[in-house]
Design a protein. Sequence first.
Length: 211
Amino acid sequence: MRYQFEDFLLDSDRREFARGLETIAIGPQVFDLLLHLVQNREHVVTKDNLIDVVWSGRIVSESTLTSHVNAVRKAIGDSGEEQRLVRTIARKGYRFVGDVREGVASERADAAAPDETGLPNSDRPSIAVLPFLNLSGDPAQDYFVDGVVDDIISALSRMRWLFVIARNSSFTYKGRHVDVRQVGRELGVRYVLEGSVRRSGNWSYPVSVDT
């Protein structure tokens, strides 16, 4: 299962945490703590419950738990003062208060809760940018074409209102003949961008871009 909030993606199956194109390295216990808070966001999670889940009931100090909560907040751009996403409930525990969208893991072919149009239900626009075709006739230019796509993904990821599938997921379709409707269902996005690039001399230009 993957959980999307703001421009973050938390993938429980792959145990990956990313913001846009950037994978965020966090320790396994910090990952487990964040995941448990997100999965149980409908209620307050007690400190004892966190210890049971993250540390398998081992005795840990209050400062250890606090330091891991702080690490979670740092990873998601939050703080103890702001508490934008992880809120401390006095004498109770913690609660994740961000708006979360759930979806199937990207490597699975299952569709994410389609509506009557066959597209996933979402109030937030979502898009996957597929690898562009290299029409230069020179395989050595693949790196350049991939760089163009990377720049597009990076630019789109800066739009906080738009959810953009990470490069690692969209590039699994490189070199494959795909049906964009199927790709949209597999990745759980409403829009799919594909195109091609030709480089000639010192100039390059897109030949086509389709959504």
